[in-house]
Design a protein. Structure first.
Length: 132
């Protein structure tokens, strides 16, 4: 199973460059069968640009998670701290085997009534947004 994640273009660029090897989240998938992530680059791009396999999913206190992942975070500590402000648990999805699509996909043309997920949405085999 795949999940579609909304990620800001500035962070997508860092995933593409290999600078960002962890995607941070306040909430994570409840379904254990999610093995890969399809990336929706939010506006102004508004396109699906690639996908990656999930390595580990780390769940820790934010201070501990930062110490473990900071060298491959692709973000600065201030942004991290603001994002996880007053949280006891922070999640980091390890990015493995990123594959950039040759041609980004416009989901608004591919799936009638497409709405970008606030955080993520599950993609099942019937979804027109499932690739490869």
């Amino acid at each position: 199973m795949k999940a579609l994640l909304s990620i800001k273009p500035e962070f997508v660029a860092k995933i593409i460059s290999g600078e960002k090897l962890f995607e941070y989240r306040k909430a994570i998938f409840k379904r254990p069968d999610v093995k890969s992530v399809v990336i929706y680059s939010t506006m102004p791009e508004g396109k699906i640009v690639g996908e990656f396999m999930i390595g580990e999913i780390l769940a820790k206190h934010p201070a501990d998670l930062w110490e473990e992942t900071k060298s491959a975070s692709g973000i600065n500590k201030q942004f991290f701290d603001e994002y996880f402000n007053e949280r006891n648990i922070a999640y980091a999805i390890q990015i493995k085997d990123f594959k950039r699509y040759e041609t980004p996909i416009d989901p608004y043309k591919k799936e009638m009534g497409f709405k970008a997920p606030q955080s993520f949405k599950y993609l099942d085999g019937a979804s027109k947004l499932c690739f490869s």
